[in-house]
Write a protein that binds this ligand. Structure first.
Ligand code: APR
Length: 179
């Protein structure tokens, strides 16, 4: 029986770009140069500083872009956060089980945030939008990985769900994981 994590895991329905936390996790793509969904919202509300920082990453250690399952931090620009942690989720596949890659997104984003000293981290439901991952499975994977991996200095992990369906699936997953 693993000792219960000292990290509070919370759920909120809302817009991740309006959260006041230390680190906001972005559901990016490998180009790191923006997109739709969460990615578009973060760049829109966070401002050009974030894209400029992403461009610097592409011009240096991420010349080929960010691989699926990896995570890297930049400034949060105008967002009420200290950092954005960009991670690239796997695209849903009917024929290939890419769960390990989705787990890696949560694990690596937590590692990067913890290394920066973040105490509060907001996650979207990675891969469950444009990348087509079923919400129930995406929620179970997210909750299982965060409960297993989140550790000090992180004190709160907040899942920010964009709609009632997502919130319901995360609530189910969190209740099941805790019983
Ligand atoms: N706040 C919180 N959640 C949001 C927001 C927001 N502002 N906007 C969208 N979401 C939700 C979606 O409803 C979905 O449940 O975030 C989840 C992830 O959806 P996407 O943002 O589409 O991310 P993903 O499925 O991982 O696809 C990534 O989409 O935006 C592009 O550049 C991105 O190519 C990448 C791909």
């Amino acid at each position: 029986m693993s000792t219960p994590s000292a990290v509070a895991v919370t759920l909120v329905q809302g817009d991740i770009t309006r959260q006041s936390v230390d680190a906001i996790v972005n559901a990016a793509n490998s180009s790191l140069l923006g997109g739709g969904g969460v990615d578009g919202a973060i760049h829109r509300r966070g401002g050009p500083e974030i894209l400029a920082a992403c461009r610097e990453l592409r011009a240096s250690q991420y010349g080929k872009g960010l691989r699926t399952g990896q995570a890297v931090a930049t400034t949060a620009g105008k967002l009420d956060a200290r950092w954005v942690v960009h991670t690239v989720g796997p695209v849903w596949s009917r024929t290939e089980d890419r769960t390990a890659l989705l787990e890696s997104c949560y694990r690596e984003a937590l590692r990067v945030a913890a290394e920066l000293g973040a105490r509060t981290v907001a996650f979207p439901a990675i891969s469950t939008g444009i990348y087509g991952w079923p919400m129930d499975d995406g929620a179970r994977t997210a909750v299982r990985t965060v409960l297993a991996e989140a550790a000090a200095p992180i004190e709160e992990v907040r899942f920010v769900l964009f709609d009632a369906h997502a919130h319901r699936e995360f609530e189910r997953a969190l209740t099941a994981a805790r019983n």
